[in-house]
Write a protein that binds this ligand. Structure first.
Ligand code: 5GP
Length: 201
């Protein structure tokens, strides 16, 4: 038997669910600077997801600030336990986003900013299709990227070569993104990013 339900007199107000703003970019494209600025400007609505990784800390990086630095064994146990909403192998190391990093922020009504690779972006789009907005930040050219990586001076030659190869691969996925920003001018790139994100959240 079907029950007849009287409609609510007042339509329920729909609460807009917070978003996942996923930023992917080859290393050295300026995404760290762009993301830091964005987080500062939109701090009341947007918060950063801190990823876990098995790569060793670089420079002054600290556990729980830039990343949660885990051993390969601990990372694999966390995968088995379903701790991650997505994880991927990037440059021979594991990287992953915990479910908690996303959902605890959503509970507080905040959108989440993720700086992850193209594989992670694709996984999150599958897991959270309605909430995920993918933005790709591209270098003006691969030559410009190589110059920036060398100037940064944090990586040995072998790592630079690996990052360049990876950049080429990542750029081949750029068409699947909702937005592509070419960072040939930091100020302009930032304005574009801020406008897109402000509109989406
Ligand atoms: P880096 O070692 O330079 O900090 O990061 C290397 C790459 O790993 C970057 O492309 C970065 O976006 C990606 N990455 C960082 N965290 C995550 C994550 O949680 N998941 C995935 N899939 N990639 C990540």
């Amino acid at each position: 038997m079907r029950r007849f339900q009287t409609p609510d007199r007042e339509p329920k107000r729909r609460v807009k669910k917070p978003k996942l703003i996923v930023i992917s970019a080859p290393s050295g494209t300026g995404k760290t600077t762009l993301c830091a600025r964005l987080l500062k400007d939109l701090s009341s609505m947007l918060t950063l997801s801190i990823s876990s990784t098995t790569r060793p800390p670089r420079g002054k990086e600290q556990h729980g600030i830039e990343y949660f630095f885990l051993s390969t064994q601990d990372f694999e146990v966390a995968i088995q336990r379903g701790h991650f909403a997505e994880h991927a192998r990037v440059h021979d190391n594991y990287y992953g986003t915990s479910r908690d990093a996303i959902e605890s922020n959503w509970k507080q009504g905040k959108s989440v900013l993720l700086d992850i690779d193209v594989q992670g972006a694709a996984s999150l789009k599958k897991a959270y299709p309605d909430e995920t907005v993918r933005i790709f930040i591209a270098p003006p050219s691969l030559e410009a990227l190589e110059q920036r990586l060398r100037k940064r001076g944090t990586d040995p030659e072998e790592t630079i070569q690996k990052r360049l190869k990876n950049a080429e691969k990542e750029m081949s996925h750029m068409k699947r993104f909702d937005y592509v920003i070419v960072n040939d001018d930091l100020e302009r790139a930032y304005r574009q990013l801020r406008d897109i994100v402000a509109q989406e959240i």
